[in-house]
Design a protein around this ligand. Structure first.
Ligand SMILES: [Zn+2]
Length: 426
């Protein structure tokens, strides 16, 4: 085809099509920068007819949605395997009049998506690396991570929309959907991390557990009198117990608005629950151990029973459908713990004389935190005033940190006591 032929096609078909499609006067003609489209004679012809032509970037025929339609036509004709000219004409007619108008609607809709996502993707791909002030940025990897984050959702989306009608069927479609999701997840995860640095509803919740988490992470191992503790594994277990509820909570509050939706939220809730389960379980092991220090057999049985009981509690807490049921799954654990406090109180059980008071304070603070959280104090009195700071959830977080501190002091006393205590039979 040359320019003259192209102009003839336009002359015979363009305006009749506009009339047939009842497009009125508000339309703009679009073609790409193929030489016969941009030939001086063609330009002149379009100008004389007073046709408005869309400005089109050079060297970018792939942006042209009609190319998708031509491809679709080629695929359909190829499927029919025409053997002679008559066959070809017949399948062409059939494709153009019956099948193509239908797939054209789909392709135009898809093409719009591709353009919407595809053009920014190309811009980001070239403009970000070129315009980024690399020389002034000291943490280069953050810049690279940011660049990847900006590309990923658009890349996933473009691939998804471009290939969603691929005839690979279900497996291909599933892969594309996953790719699209991954892109969203990438930018979303970084968005969540960036949310650490500006004001929003969850910020207080993140920091009330995040700062103590960091303190515990570094201060406990540094300040623990490891050399004076004979049962090292109890110290390690205790350290993990102190970290776990805050780690679960920080992850939960940091990523709870992640657009991964229901499955992500559910996983986070489970993580948060696991943190609480861990401190309930691991945190109590040193208490059980030191209470029954002088009864090795009973001690081992009690530790095993407590771990089994806790496993069941963790299972029911994670699968619980309501918060009341979730609380109830911890009731047996609490009861078991209290029976040990009772043993100590009547003087049968071992343990440092100072630690029982610490443990009781620990549980009192935890219960108080739970009550404040459920009762929604103080925001129930002045709704809206405590959205950012000092709401019940944050007060609960602070009380939980206090509770962990008392656990730590109690266990520390007990571990040192184990070292200095001599059982009667020794
Ligand atoms: Zn929380």
């Amino acid at each position: 085809m040359d320019g003259a032929m192209y102009r003839e096609i336009l002359a015979n078909n363009l305006l009749p099509s506009v009339r047939a499609l009842k497009m009125g006067r508000g339309w703009v003609f679009q073609h790409d920068n193929d030489p016969k489209h941009t030939a001086r004679a063609t330009k002149e012809w379009l100008r004389k007819k007073h046709l408005k032509v869309l400005e089109w970037p050079s060297q970018s025929p792939d942006l042209n949605p009609i190319e998708n339609l031509w491809r679709e036509l080629k695929v359909r004709i190829a499927q029919r395997q025409p053997r002679n000219l008559k066959d070809l004409e017949k399948s062409l007619r059939n494709s153009v009049t019956v099948e193509l108008p239908c797939s054209a609607a789909v392709i135009v809709a898809e093409a719009k998506q591709e353009l919407v996502e595809g053009i920014p993707l190309l811009c980001f791909l070239f403009l970000i690396p070129l315009n980024f002030p690399w020389s002034q940025i000291s943490v280069t990897w953050l810049g690279v991570v940011h660049f990847l984050a900006c590309l990923s959702p658009q890349l996933g989306s473009v691939l998804y929309h471009l290939f969603m009608n691929h005839e690979g069927g279900e497996p291909v479609y599933h892969t594309l959907l996953t790719l699209d999701m991954c892109g969203i997840c990438m930018i979303n995860t970084l968005d969540c991390i960036r949310s650490l640095f500006y004001m929003h509803n969850e910020l207080g919740n993140i920091y009330t557990h995040g700062i103590p988490l960091l303190c515990f992470l570094f201060l406990i191992p540094l300040n623990f009198p490891w050399s004076q503790i004979s049962v090292t594994w109890l110290g390690v277990v205790h350290f993990l117990a102190c970290l776990s509820p805050q780690l679960g909570s920080v992850l939960y509050h940091l990523f709870m608005n992640h657009e991964g939706g229901e499955p992500v939220y559910h996983t986070l809730l489970t993580l948060d629950m696991c943190g609480i389960c861990m401190i309930n379980t691991l945190g109590a092991l040193p208490i059980v151990y030191s209470t029954l220090l002088c009864y090795p057999f009973t001690r081992t049985v009690a530790l095993v029973v407590y771990i089994l009981l806790s496993s069941y509690a963790i299972y029911s807490a994670i699968t619980a459908r309501s918060s009341v049921r979730r609380l109830r799954s911890f009731a047996w654990q609490a009861l078991f713990r209290f029976s040990f406090f009772l043993l100590r109180w009547v003087g049968v059980g071992g343990g440092s004389p100072t630690s029982l008071q610490h443990f009781l304070t620990m549980d009192a603070l935890a219960v108080l935190g739970g009550i404040i959280n459920i009762a929604r104090i103080p925001e129930r009195f002045r709704p809206g005033l405590f959205d950012y700071w000092c709401n019940s959830h944050q007060i609960m977080h602070v009380l939980v940190v206090g509770s962990i501190l008392y656990l730590h002091w109690g266990v520390l006393d007990d571990l040192l006591w184990i070292n200095s205590h001599h059982c009667p039979s020794d």
